[in-house]
Design a protein around this ligand. Sequence first.
Ligand SMILES: Cc1ncc(COP(=O)(O)O)c(C=O)c1O
Length: 501
Amino acid sequence: MRELASELEQLEQMGLRRRLRLISGPQGPRVLLDGKPVLLLCSNNYLGLADHPRVREAAADAATRWGVSASSSRLVCGSMTIHRRLEEQLAAFKGTESCVLFGSGYLANIGTIGALVGPGDVVFSDELNHASIVDGCRLSRATVVRYRHCDMAHLEWCMRAHPGARNTLIVTDSVFSMDADVAPLAEIVELADAYGARVMVDEAHATGAIGPGGRGAVAEAGLEDEIDVLVGTLGKALGSYGAFVCAQETTVQYLINRARSLIFSTAPAPPAVAGALAALELLQSRPHRVERLRKAARTLRGGLQREGFHVPETDMHIVPLLVGDEHAAMSLCQAAIEQGVFVQAIRPPSVPAGTTRLRMTVMASHTASELREAARVIGTLARQQGLQPAMMGSIEVERGFEREPREEREERAVAGEIVLSARGDRGGYGSGRPPAPATAPTHLPEPHGASAEQDTEAFDVQALWSALGADSDQPATQQALSDSSDAPFDHERDGGLREAA
Ligand SMILES: Cc1ncc(COP(=O)(O)O)c(C=O)c1O
């Protein structure tokens, strides 16, 4: 039997024990945290709609008209007119043919991935994808290949190393919630085209927050017609609870028949659905809210820069500050709360070992002076605790998220390191059919954090690699041939819960 108390004690010693903190009142820019007034800088209520009077009223009204629960799964008797209304609105908003609601983003990801791939199939997953994607991949029992974060040369290499799979899927977050960067969606689509894979994009942190009118990163990239499956949540910018999948009608019908987390779970509650409908209406009728969010993000980033933090000048609403050490991050977090600023320290296994960070998120409803003051507080406390803001670079900067310029990729193609395709009007990677033999790119950076170590122990990489006829001593190969779905599920190894909620 596991010694639960001693495991908790161990977590405490390592600075990794988590506790629930209690918020009183709605999720607004200012809340009571365990009874103390604080500025809330870690909520996903990006547009300030969770506490908007119209959204609250809509939810209350729905409870009166439709009751509190759908009381059944969608396929039994839980499909209500209000579900259909929201699905139609979301499909129109995202520019897709159809949409289906799920109970939550977690359920949407595990159900959708499990429906789209299974044993004998291959799923290519960004190593920093959300835990719900990680879990969906493992539960699907497909072969899971984790490619290096946003590294398209590596993704292509992985795809070349897995020729001949009946059914393949590339799955990625669009905005990465812990790192505040955006997946190179156009390149992913090019690779998918070239190698005949489906693409699934999780827009949990992009929906309502980025792109034209808050329609997300896919819309920003003009790829609405290219992405096969688009997931979004209602629990972040849309101020409610639940999730949705937008896709072609056939795909949606397929999910209704095959996604276990939809089939075997109670349909979303009417008040949550009505709240999301009201939020979506507000977002569409007053898109300036998205602009306000961007402005708030720029204000916080500007304030942090003035304090000496090395944060990029973008308008991304998530701002991670790398601390590294868990105890230092927790002590900074606690000191900030005492000074009235609630930011969260995000620790392993939510993020790779050694990358503990403060993750700050802004809301459209924060004022500029609140954000400037918060930056000042964080800067002062960091210095008081012996941390140097200049060394607490944003993870965005640490990783150097400059994408490789197209010309350089073309040069590498000429040098034979990667294959570019002339296929389709997007041009780009891939030759339309997987070339052989697979050769590990030599330029890849050393793998970082937990996921690198995880992959090496996953299964007999050497055997598989030699079966492919390639050099088994290449360290980069181990990362690509990541894990077998038969390996026991392990949160630590599999990236764990990348975000609690
Ligand atoms: C990228 C991503 N996908 C999915 C989810 C899960 O969504 P939900 O909270 O609706 O279960 C989250 C939650 O934080 C997320 O960040």
